[in-house]
Design a protein around this ligand. Structure first.
Ligand SMILES: Nc1nc2c(ncn2[C@@H]2O[C@H](COP(=O)(O)OP(=O)(O)OP(=O)(O)O)[C@@H](O)[C@H]2O)c(=O)[nH]1
Ligand SMILES: [Mg+2]
Length: 197
């Protein structure tokens, strides 16, 4: 697999704009500003393919990136960002739910959770969406570089029962921690499809 070959296909603001394509998709989801776009960039070893920002709410539509013409990385807008108008927040929620519930080619979810905090209600809500849509997923405990090792370990221990049986992987877009492990899961899933673990 050549992950240097990446094309940005489109940013979808409505369901009608989702690509009509049955190649497998891997979705990155998580709370606003948690590091979804940065995770995409670090997995693809790019500095600025997906738009990142220290200002929450940077990713507004659903970004579709085609990797090696074989599968898509899908970048969702941040969920739960309080500072956008209620109307916009609701439209993001509807868009995300429509995407998760009705995308048979979605083979894997990467739920991005901040390693520094206990999982929050919004994290649990996204976990429950994945479960009810029967999308296999794993959890990336990101920004791991911001924690001393013993605190990171504690954070992993705390997250495991919350997301069980999903795998919890400490991750850092800054240092590359976890990148190889995440690729291992992605490759396995691409080889076996959605319905086999
Ligand atoms: N130290 C550190 N900072 C990170 C990491 N991942 C992301 N960040 C920073 O967190 C901020 C948000 O990152 P984004 O990747 O834009 O987050 P996002 O989840 O895509 O944000 P929205 O699209 O706005 O929801 C940026 O300032 C990033 O540089 C990480 O692993 N370590
Ligand atoms: Mg983003």
């Amino acid at each position: 697999m050549n992950t240097d070959r990446v094309q940005f296909i489109r940013c979808a603001y409505r369901r009608a704009e989702f690509p009509v394509d049955d190649r497998p998709e891997i979705v990155f989801l998580g709370r606003s500003n948690v590091g979804k776009s940065s995770a995409i960039n670090s997995l693809l070893n790019r500095s600025s393919l997906a738009r990142t920002s220290s200002t929450p709410g940077r990713t507004r539509g659903i970004g579709f990136y085609l990797v090696d013409e074989a599968f898509y990385f899908v970048d969702l807008p941040g969920y739960g960002y309080a500072k956008v108008p209620e109307r916009v927040r609701r439209s993001w929620k509807d868009l995300i739910e429509a995407y998760l519930a009705d995308r048979p080619q979605l083979i894997l979810g990467l739920l991005i959770v901040d390693a520094r905090h206990e999982p929050k209600p919004l994290d649990l809500q996204m976990r429950d969406w994945l479960l009810s849509a029967h999308v296999p997923y794993l959890v990336l405990l990101t920004k791991a570089d911001k924690l001393p090792r013993h605190q990171l370990m504690r954070s992993v221990q705390r997250a495991r029962p919350v997301f069980s049986p999903a795998e919890v992987i400490p991750f850092s877009a800054r240092t590359g921690l976890g990148v190889k492990q995440v690729w291992r899961v992605i490759r396995a899933r691409l080889a076996h499809g959605r319905n086999h673990s």
